[in-house]
Ligand binder design. Sequence first.
Ligand code: FEO
Ligand code: CA
Ligand code: CA
Ligand code: CA
Length: 603
Amino acid sequence: ADAAAHAASRYVFDEVTAGNDKTHHVAEGYDADILLRWGDPITADAPEFDVMNQTAAAQLKQFGYNNDYVGFVPLNDAGTRGLLCVNHEYTNEEVMFPGIGRQDSVDFDGMTPELIDIEMAAHGGTVVEIARGDDGKWSVVRDGKMNRRITPLDTEMTLSGPAAGHKRLMTNDDPTGTRVIGTINNCAGGMTPWGTWLMAEENFHGYFWTDNVDADGKAVIDSGNPEATSYGRYGVPGAWYAWGKTHDRWNIDREPNMPNKFGWVVEVDPMDPTSTPVKHTALGRFRHEGAETIVASDGRLVIYMGDDNRFDYQYKYVSDGTVSDDRAANSRLLEEGTLYAARFDEDGTVTWLPLVHGEGPLTAENGFNDQGDVMIDTRIAADLLGATPMDRPEDAQPRGDGTAYIMLTNNSRREEANAANPRPENNFGHIIEIKEDGGNHSATSGTWSILVKCGDPAVAEVGAQWNPETSENGWFGSPDNCAIDADGRLWISTDQGSNWGKTGKSDGLYALETEGDARGTSKLFFRCPVGGEMCGPYFTDDGETLFLAVQHPGTDGTKDLAGFERNSTFEDPATRWPDFDPVMPPRPSVVVVTKKGGGKIAV
Ligand code: FEO
Ligand code: CA
Ligand code: CA
Ligand code: CA
């Protein structure tokens, strides 16, 4: 590489060495402290965590499992007190509960009614106050007045927008079609400009049970069911969890319309611990990865949202009205607006296709009787509009200048490449940069380009594309979440899942340059313990604190990696991070990164 042509990236830190072991690693000169672990008490009256005798009642007052999205709402001008908002995406029963091992997905023999309720109580979200001491260290304020858990076990929610009250949302427990208990599989999310928290419901299909199974024991839906076409497009029923065996609302034989109440984006007001969360149906229904917001140059609210499935679509939502100082009015921006799906053309333009009932093919002839149907069957509407099938759109991050970054995590099943998905058998994913017309995020068209094609640049067959300044530590696979820091710089976290063995590297957080001659240069800042996925990331406004979430440590890919040839169980996990206590299994945890001696990160 010609060093003169490839200036150094703007991120000032010494790269971590890539690799894989039982603990985490952060760049030299930084502290990475454990802030919250699965089971930590988050209310004043919560019991201490007792992993051998866990109960659902205790779990409802303790930090949940598999922390994914992390957001922060400052409570003072100095930003030294605030509310942390954390999604708990899913549960891994084999490393949570003693003595049950890996569960057979048909029988779930080890899953007692109490363990099922613990799992439900460990899903959802947490709001917890945290404070930064004079020593610069963050800690949990256990008696914080806003501290609360949100769960699929007992948190009542309402539905807003075009599908609220729709007959396809009416259930035995709610004949109005406007209420629902709980939220599930909350992956990434976002904070609104007015300080509310958006939780994206991702793989909701996996939670629905039926006693109807085919010859292979796979849960199936009868072709005569009125929702059969829709559920087929969404993958319902997945039967990943045993919950439907003890709770009617997860059993589509008992509650056939319940899946239509999931797959939405939920808004929570963290400032009011008694507030009722709202599922905003105007934002569409799909496997919502995230919901990052931005105020467009015309004042409207725009939300970028991926549908994390092979060959599914990138979406954005544009509100009708503009963001103001009136919080209640702002939340209505999530009820009245237009949802668009993206078409990426070969000539480098992106066109945003509106999902509006009565326009184009979205008519009764094609099964759409009203806008509620369009929102319930967002995927089918986008199919008809000709949106571009993508390589699993994960998180998307807008920046104030009309730019957005789209994470395409991977798609091993792609056979035919196209310009926006340029590699068949895309094992390592890529990142697209969108520049909206006029620098305005509410524009209905823009241009796009590929920022990087992920994977090992030293292996020609991979076909990776990085700036040559990227070191052997800096390249990555399977981009998932992303964030923009206080200086407008992009950070990427990875989730390789079953692809760990293909890179030999743990998941981590990378600083990815987007500007100038260094564009496409990536540097490794933080590395997960074995089997852990890197979630978060979230920077405070002053750029001095970075929140990261290590999800499911000890699980992903452990049977594919040298030195870890086994599937983790409670008794024999691949790591016991972060406690390293011989009786404690690995615990998903939120990590807080600060610079030793203080100051902005990577500056
Ligand atoms: Fe929950 Fe698409 O990651
Ligand atoms: Ca994700
Ligand atoms: Ca992922
Ligand atoms: Ca995961």
